[in-house]
Design a protein around this ligand. Structure first.
Ligand SMILES: *Cc1c(COP(=O)(O)O)cnc(C)c1O
Length: 384
């Protein structure tokens, strides 16, 4: 068996053949942008998929976050509390929305922000924040309820960056949920995004912001915005992408479950991100112990198996955001290097999966420094 290099991500969008029927509609309508019939139909179907009554389509996920924050941020305030552990796009969106990121830590198990973390930081801030940006970890479901309670308790608006989580959403409520439709996301259309919500008035304002703030009166800017719309061509790809979405979800679920099975069967000292396989993602992660990171990455490199630290080591490590305030990033600093993005696409054979999983460390029951050993019950230890 020759060991060919294995790519970490291979995007999969609908084929030209699948898109063509929608393109033909554009030939007939001769509407190419400005909330045309295909964009309208796409928004409707997207809302149905995520259980959201209101949908605003945007040019990408980053602009969705920017618009939601611009509408929700409390006037007169400048800070936006957000986890450092996210894709750096989240921090760009916060800054473009006129706010300053305040980087805080994450929960070590769920890898996301919790209301407890934010409420611990609030008294230490020089001033109260304008908003909180909550991230979905690589497409994991978000807890809308616990954050709705946080918002009513504190009066601080919450916006979700659920960029990769479109297929993990249901019953979208009043807090804006921003998603990305980038080619590397589960529902990829090339470039695109959306703000999902259940508040018709918010939707009206957000949608107006994507088209120069025109609202109510003909060609009058009622609200500041810009051009963040998607073309009818992009919407055509979106409609075709929705047609083939169930098959893509099934493929991604099978890849995640294949990893899960192998990690367990071969007793690796490594785990999939919690719940992966129950929900799906294009950026699947295997999490290892800190002391195993270096050797694991060296084995993957030696095998020419591509891997990624999809979110790097946190936004606070990027020069562009080095001057933003941060509070207690111990968990982020420890965990970020241990979250390893592994190959996840439709081109992986059983042999490929075996080869990838074999790069991860074996459990060692005699190794008292490993946390897996710590977790062994007394009974198991005496039986050894
Ligand atoms: C992909 C992603 C974004 C950016 O979305 P774009 O459509 O590329 O602008 C923002 N936040 C997170 C967490 C992402 O994964």
């Amino acid at each position: 068996m020759s060991n060919l290099p294995i790519k970490v991500l291979v995007p999969l969008l609908p084929s030209t053949h699948q898109i063509e029927p929608y393109f033909r509609k554009i030939d007939v309508t001769r509407t190419y942008s400005n909330f045309g019939p295909l964009a309208t139909e796409f928004a409707k179907r997207l809302g149905k998929l995520a259980g959201a009554a209101s949908v605003t389509l945007t040019s990408n996920g980053t602009s969705a976050i920017e618009i939601a924050l611009r509408l929700k941020a409390l006037p007169g305030r400048k800070l936006c509390v957000m986890p450092s552990f996210t894709f750096v796009a989240s921090a760009h969106a916060v800054c473009n929305g006129g706010l300053t990121p305040v980087f805080v830590d994450i929960d070590p198990v769920s890898l996301v922000l919790t209301p407890e973390i934010v409420e611990r930081v609030l008294p230490q801030l020089p001033e109260q924040p304008a908003a909180v940006l909550v991230i979905s970890a690589f497409g994991a479901p978000i807890d809308q309820q616990v954050w709705a309670q946080f918002q009513s308790r504190t009066g601080i608006p919450v916006v979700f960056d659920a960029a990769a989580a479109i297929s993990a959403l249901s019953n979208v409520g009043n807090l804006p949920v921003c998603v990305s439709l980038h080619a590397t996301k589960v529902l990829g259309i090339g470039e695109g995004g959306a703000i999902l919500n259940s508040d018709a008035e918010f939707e009206q304002r957000a949608t107006a912001m994507t088209g120069f703030g025109f609202m109510g009166m003909e060609r009058m800017s009622a609200i500041r915005g810009g051009n963040y719309r998607i073309s009818e061509y992009a919407a055509a790809v979106g409609l075709a992408a929705l047609d083939v979405l169930p098959a893509k979800i099934e493929m991604l679920r099978n890849v995640a479950l294949a990893y899960r099975t192998r990690l367990e069967a071969t007793e690796r000292r490594a785990r999939l991100q919690a719940g992966a396989g129950d929900w799906v993602t294009m950026s699947l992660n295997i999490i290892v112990e800190s002391e195993d990171v270096e050797a694991t990455l060296a084995r993957l490199d030696a095998q020419e198996i591509q891997w990624r630290h999809w979110w790097g080591l946190g936004c606070h490590r990027h020069p562009a955001f080095a001057d933003c305030p941060s509070f207690g990033l111990e968990v982020t600093d420890k965990l970020a290097p241990t979250v390893i993005g592994v190959p996840c696409h439709d081109g992986l054979s059983d042999d490929d999966l075996d080869r990838i999983v074999a790069c991860f460390p074996q459990r060692n029951y005699n190794d008292s420094t490993s946390s897996f050993a710590d977790e062994l019950s007394e009974q198991e230890v005496t039986a050894l």
